[in-house]
Design a protein around this ligand. Structure first.
Ligand code: XMP
Length: 515
């Protein structure tokens, strides 16, 4: 089956939650696509949607430059669910009225439902929801009725059930609305009548077909980092176009111990990838000599990577495309106050600027997905857990974990210490529970005693954090035995280290990496 038989179009009015809405829909096994509100009605029609969801947004619908979508969405003969701004837009577009509320509602609120609505089927009469609005619906359009209210919001849910038009003032897509999933499910199954047969496997099939159609006989080049995103893109594209995909994997001299060999052997053996391994460690380390400023280190590594990538890509024939593992959270699509969409794309840490430099077109098959969906995709593609659940690792690698100058000797010390951390984090069963775990080599030497000898050697900091997205993080309350074992092993096994300390700072105000 083609999942595109069943597409929900999410129309984005500049909401920070548009992607979350799409994702909630996909969780219910229905495919969702986001379009900016400035998309034409033909763009919407082309996707042949079985239902429309209008997102929230920061503007006031009655404001002069309020973002709008083509009102023909109400004439497509498919159900429409408006959320917050989307509900207000629906109300105003169909003849109702929206005004500034006397009391704004931000955060938790309790709704009381009334009447019988397909949207609330199976749910209790009273339930907590999450609100974020300063405006509210004052008069309903013709044919609409109210199905829920709060103490201060008389029309918290409205509907014209015969037309399949629903509006909710609250946000069913956020986790703070505990029954939100069921409300979205009710919209999809009770109201839209979705079959719900979209699976990650359909995503794989469709992406493979789309990539084949687009690429034809041309060649795609990809910078493989060994991380989840670029690996999933590599395996997916390998299925689609096989040897037309060339994966460049660069040893920049600041990878984890044994990482280069692991990646090269693993990808060749398990996936038969067309891999171009480049051992350029010396080139990077020569450039890094004498540099202590973290941002300079990042720049040097970034530029060197681009130069090497360019040299290698030029050797390949018929290269027309550059594949990247850009995810949805990397693509900040927002709608500016004047209603025009602006797309700000965070440049990939490693290959920023490359497409323009090489004159390549981008292939970004993960653009619509969240990290956990990418992991599910990796599993669907048969990738091993060790790859799918890999911790994030920064592009500039160990260079930003060696505080001060990066020398080949210091890289070696840190690789050994880091390797002990990895082994112990794995064997204690903590790997999947923590966001990142690593060692940092400090530019501090201190006095110690080993045997009868006085030592004056390096300090290693152990950093283990928990996080959902890397934006905020808390230090992990590690079992003392694991900390003790790591410390003992590092001091005993890694030449040049006589002290290990544990980093107990959270982000913010600290960052995860030390540089
Ligand atoms: P911070 O240190 O900013 O890290 O709290 C947040 C997340 O980003 C990773 N990180 C980087 N990743 N290039 C990367 O590819 C970088 O320059 C870089 N700096 C930090 C870090 O490992 C953590 O997951």
């Amino acid at each position: 089956m083609s999942s595109r038989d069943e597409t929900i179009v999410v129309i984005d009015f500049g909401s920070q939650y548009a992607q979350l809405i799409a994702r909630r829909v996909r969780e219910q096994k229905v495919y969702a696509r986001i379009l900016p509100c400035t998309a034409s009605i033909d763009d919407v029609r082309k996707l042949n949607p079985i239902g429309i969801i209008l997102s929230g947004g920061p503007a006031n619908v009655y404001g002069e430059n309020a973002p709008v979508c083509d009102k023909a969405v109400f004439e497509l003969d498919v159900p429409v669910l408006g959320i917050c701004y989307g509900a207000q837009f629906m109300c105003q577009s169909l003849g109702g009225k929206v005004h500034k509320a006397e009391s704004r509602e931000f955060g938790h609120a309790d709704i009381s439902t009334m009447g019988k609505s397909l949207l609330f089927e199976g749910l209790s009469l009273e339930m907590p929801v999450w609100m974020s609005h300063g405006d509210q619906i004052e008069n309903l359009p013709k044919g609409f009725h109210t199905y829920a209210k709060t103490d201060t919001c008389p029309h918290a849910a409205i509907a014209n059930e015969s037309k399949g038009f629903y509006g909710v003032q609250f946000h069913p897509e956020v986790a703070h609305t505990p029954r939100g999933k069921e409300i979205i499910r009710n919209f999809l199954y009770n109201i839209v009548g979705a079959k719900g047969d979209w699976e990650m496997s359909s995503f794989v099939d469709e992406t493979i077909k789309a990539v084949r159609d687009r690429v034809g006989d041309d060649t795609v080049v990809l910078g493989l980092s060994g991380g989840v995103d670029s690996s999933v893109v590599a395996v997916l594209l390998n299925r689609a176009i096989g040897k037309q995909l060339h994966c460049i994997f660069v040893d920049n001299g600041v990878l984890r111990k044994g990482e280069f060999e692991r990646v090269v052997n693993g990808y060749r053996r398990d996936f038969d990838l067309n891999l171009i391994p480049i051992q350029a460690g010396k080139r990077f380390l020569d450039k890094l000599a004498g540099v202590t400023d973290p941002e300079k280190k990042r720049k040097i590594i970034g530029h060197e990577f681009i130069d090497i990538f360019e040299e290698e890509a030029k050797k390949i024939e018929r290269v027309k495309y550059l594949a990247q593992g850009t995810l949805y959270p990397d693509v900040i699509e927002s709608v500016a106050a004047h209603g025009g969409p602006t797309a700000v794309i965070k440049s990939h840490h490693n290959v920023g600027g490359l497409p323009e430099k090489l004159g390549l077109e981008l292939v970004e098959p993960l653009r619509e997905l969240f990290k956990d969906e990418v992991r599910a995709l990796g599993q669907e593609l048969g990738m091993p857990d060790s790859l799918v659940w890999r911790h994030p690792f920064p592009g500039p690698g160990l260079a930003v974990r060696i505080v001060g100058e990066v020398t080949p000797e210091r890289v070696k010390v840190l690789q050994e210490a880091d390797d002990v951390v990895m082994q112990e984090i794995h064997s204690s069963g903590l790997y999947r529970k923590v966001w990142q775990a690593f060692a940092v080599l400090l530019p501090i030497e201190s006095v110690g005693v080993m045997g009868d000898e006085r030592t004056y050697e390096n300090t290693v900091a152990l950093r283990v954090v928990e996080s959902l997205d890397g934006m905020t993080a808390d230090w992990t309350r590690m079992p003392y035995e694991v900390m003790g074992k790591i410390s003992n092993r590092i001091i005993n096994e890694v030449r040049g280290v006589n002290r290990v300390v544990y980093d107990i700072s959270s982000k913010p105000p600290s960052t995860i990496e030390w540089e």
